[in-house]
Write a protein that binds this ligand. Structure first.
Ligand SMILES: [Zn+2]
Ligand SMILES: [Zn+2]
Length: 277
C-alpha cells in the first residue's frame, strides 16, 4: 500500500513538473494550405491514385462519431505499421479486433492490415517526427464510405519522456495513433507483472479510446466523469480511460490483476450516445 501511494506521488510529481499527455493534437492542421489536401498513393496493382487526405488530418476526437456510428462510414480499415521486432503480437491484434467489434457500428466490416516498415533510425521521436513518418508511409485514407485509421508500432521512445513518466502511446490526429512498442516491451516480463499482451492491448485500446472521443473530447459526456486534472481521462480508476494507462510506471500499478481494463459504465454510456454499440 505504501508502495502504491509513493509511486502515485512520484507520478504526480512528474506530471506537475512536465504535463504528459497521451492524446496530443499535432497542431491545427485544418488550416493547412490547399496543396496538403491531396496525396498520390499507389494501390496493390501498382496504379497511382489521387486521394483526398484532409479528412484524416484533423484533431483528436474530431472523427469520434464517424468511428463509432455507421452514419457516414459503414466500414473501417486499420493500417498498422511496425518496425521489425516491434510488431504487436497476434493475441493483441485479436483482442483489438474483438474490442472494436463490441464498440463500433460497422456493418460492412472491420479490416486490420499489418505492414512492416524500415526503422526511421531514431532513439526518440517527437509527435512532429511521427506525423511526418505517417505522411510518408500511410496509403489508406477515408474513401467511399470506408473510414481509415493509421497506427504505428515504433522502435525508440517518446522524445518528452521523463524519469518517472515513460509514455507508451499517443493519439495525435483524428485517425492516427502511435505505440512506443520498445517502451511497452521494456515494461513487460517483470516478475508478477502483466504479460506483454495485456500491456499492448491496454495501451492500444486506450489510445483508440481517445480517437473515439474519450473523455469529453469529441464524444459528449452523459454524466460528469472527466478527470479534468489529467485532461481527457476518466475519474474511475478501474476504467480503460483512467489517466495512469498512459505511462509504463502508472500502467504497471493499474494492471494488478493481469486483465485488460474495459470502459466503465459512464464511458460506455457516452460511446453509445454518440453512435457506438
Ligand atoms: Zn490517455
Ligand atoms: Zn471511464
Amino acid at each position: 500500500m505504501i508502495n502504491r501511494v509513493s509511486i502515485l506521488a512520484l507520478l504526480l510529481g512528474a506530471l506537475l513538473a512536465l504535463p504528459l499527455s497521451c492524446s496530443k493534437d499535432s497542431g491545427n492542421e485544418s488550416n493547412s494550405s490547399s496543396d496538403d489536401t491531396t496525396k498520390t498513393v499507389t494501390d496493390e496493382n501498382g496504379e497511382d491514385h489521387e486521394v483526398n487526405i484532409s479528412d484524416n488530418k484533423k484533431l483528436v476526437g474530431d472523427s469520434a462519431n464517424d468511428i463509432l456510428s455507421d452514419a457516414s462510414y459503414e466500414s473501417i480499415i486499420f493500417e498498422i505499421f511496425y518496425v521489425a521486432g516491434f510488431e504487436p503480437n497476434q493475441n493483441t491484434v485479436a483482442n483489438f479486433e474483438s474490442f472494436l467489434k463490441n464498440r463500433l457500428n460497422k456493418p460492412e466490416g472491420i479490416t486490420i492490415e499489418l505492414k512492416e516498415i524500415e526503422s526511421p533510425g531514431q532513439d526518440a521521436y517527437s509527435v512532429e517526427d511521427i506525423a511526418a513518418l505517417e505522411d510518408a508511409i500511410r496509403t489508406e485514407y477515408n474513401q467511399d464510405g470506408r473510414l481509415a485509421v493509421s497506427g504505428i508500432f515504433l522502435d525508440g521512445e517518446y522524445s518528452e519522456n521523463t524519469e518517472n513518466g515513460s509514455v507508451l502511446g499517443i493519439a495525435y490526429r483524428n485517425t492516427s495513433f502511435v505505440i512506443f512498442e520498445e517502451t511497452v516491451q521494456s515494461f513487460s516480463g517483470q516478475a508478477f507483472g502483466p504479460s506483454l499482451t495485456v500491456l499492448e492491448s491496454t495501451v492500444l485500446n486506450h489510445e483508440f479510446g481517445h480517437l473515439m472521443g474519450m473523455v469529453n473530447a469529441g464524444t459528449p459526456m452523459q454524466t460528469e466523469h472527466q478527470d479534468t486534472e489529467h485532461g481527457r481521462h476518466c475519474t474511475d480508476d478501474s476504467c480503460l480511460m483512467y489517466w495512469t494507462a498512459e505511462t509504463g510506471e502508472g500502467l504497471l500499478n493499474m494492471l494488478s490483476g493481469g486483465t485488460i481494463p474495459d470502459f466503465d459504465s459512464q464511458c460506455l454510456a457516452d460511446l453509445q450516445a454518440n453512435g457506438g454499440k
